[in-house]
Design a protein around this ligand. Sequence first.
Ligand code: C2E
Ligand code: MG
Ligand code: MG
Length: 647
Amino acid sequence: MRLRLIQALLAVTVGCFVVATAYISHLIAERQTALQEISRYNIVWSVNQALVEFTRLQQRVAESAVAGSGVDADEVALRVEILLGRLDILDNGEAEGYIRRNPENVRVLGRLEETLVAAEPLLGRLGEPGTVLALNRLLSPLHAELASLASDARQTGDRRIAEDQGELRRLHRLFTGLAAGLILCGIALILLLLWSNRLLARSDTKLRQDQLKIVHMARHDPLTGLANRLRFNDELEACLNHANCGASSLTIMFLDLDCFKDINDTHGHLFGDEVLKAVADRLRRNIGDDNLVARLGGDEFAILLPPSRETHDCAGLASRLIAAISAPFAIDGVEFTIAVSIGIAELRDRSAEPGQLLKQADLALYQAKGDVICIFRFFEPKLEEDLHARKSLEAELRNALGNGELEVFYQPVIEVARDAICGFEALMRWRHPERGMIPPAEFIPLAEEVGLIVQLGEWVLRQACAEAASWPSEIKIAVNLSPVQFRDRSLVQTVVSALAASGLTPSRLELEITETVLLDRSDRNVAILHQLRGLGVRIAMDDFGTGYSSLSYLNSFPFDKIKIDQSFVRGLTTSADSLAIVRLVAGLGSSLGMTTTAEGVETEDEYLALKAAGCIEVQGYYFGRPTPASQIDLDRQKSQAGSRSAA
Ligand code: C2E
Ligand code: MG
Ligand code: MG
């Protein structure tokens, strides 16, 4: 604001300078004109000179009459010539203007000229008597008129001198005033410049402070006050440039809070912010003075351990950080704990790029997050190899469906009471052109991670429904649903569409879900399960007993079927506990009105034990392996079941 004012004042002052300078040059021009006017004083002199010459002529004429005076006709003629010359000057010279201004002047000079012309013939007869008298008579009347003209010229000259002096005085005053004005403007200019300098210095200091603030903001996380990604990367790069000294190499740690999203969802983002600040505090207190901790974004933190003379105890530091962060928090009266996973990467190759080290720490973190027991992991080259393998598998899987490499196999499910096939489970297969058959355990988790399972699951559902529609009406079809498919809003619509397209009766379709579906966004997923049930479709709980609290999940939704995990079947004949559990689940299913199916039955003993335990259905290699639809022979499988019951 003030600078603007100074700028305006400076502009005005400079404008004054320009105007004053222009005016001064105008005055100088005026002064020059005034000085030129001085030449006008020659007019007075010229007119007076004419009078003097006229008087001399009269004198010479008079003297010529006196004997021995030495004045002859030539002398008088010379005087006449001189006077005519004067007349010419007055007529055409500088005095012309003055003469012409007044008609009386013109008349007097005209008369003088006429008189001189009239006098010329008399000059030749000057020696004759009466000539001098005649000349005198001719000239005398003009003397008074010329004297009056000279007097008028003098008065005019005096008046003009007074005017010119007045003009010069005025110009002098103006010059003095302007000079004083210019001096004042100069002083004002200096003062303004000093003022603006002071303001500039002040604003420069403020600018520098603001710049420091901006630099700080650009390099720090505003929420936690920790370094941000930019500063972390800069310091990492700087460390990499000097990484070839010390006993321990440059190390970075990536930290990621586990299930932080749930805290945000449950308690709100402001609460989440407080948690992040508290975590940042704990990190700051535990990392040591030489190390840098940064928040990279969201719930991701990173620690930079520069190369040092002493060995880094990375495992010790990681354990301390895990202990510090997982200690209970109390925020706004809410007590809770939070877990953290850590990936650690040490610089092995000195020519490594910062991005490479970050990627390694990220890979180690990814590994740690998938690991339940170990929550910090060091980077190993194998992780990189695994990542590449995973990436190429992912790219191939994306094309697998279009290339017709995916197939659906069907495994029979036997109803124990009738010892007859009551249904099939649809199981996905990937026939890889080079690697052969890839089991679902290898590609389904990957498809879930990259979201491809939504597309693949829909394809299996449509295939299975279409296939089952061609089977006898008492045979059901079971299709596995991934928890990731529940995140897709169109799941129910997809099922409706698959049923409609195949013409399969909804009650013949059984959808198998795992406990993860109820763990992950349970309320929403339970609502979806109810909608599916509303279509007439049956819902089965797969792999029962492998989760943390399988029993409690039975409470959250009225399942139609419980599929006892094959790990219990495997131990049936050797472990009394497994048998007890299977009996318990079968009893539970019966009292809750749910069918119980035992999976992975491989031997007759297992089958008989399950039958005795009260399982309603069984499924396993003992009855039939998963096969392509083309190899299903319902009649043959029926006869096999018959021979089993005879045995
Ligand atoms: P699941 O749903 O529990 O399927 C049963 C698994 O046990 C199948 O493995 C089947 O081949 C295997 N199995 C059956 N009887 C026996 C036996 O007697 N002994 C042994 N050792 N294994 C037996 P598979 O086909 O490898 O499938 C593994 C898992 O992959 C499935 O477990 C299911 O969770 C998942 N899966 C398979 N197909 C799909 C699918 O289309 N969608 C989804 N979301 N998951 C699928
Ligand atoms: Mg299943
Ligand atoms: Mg299962």
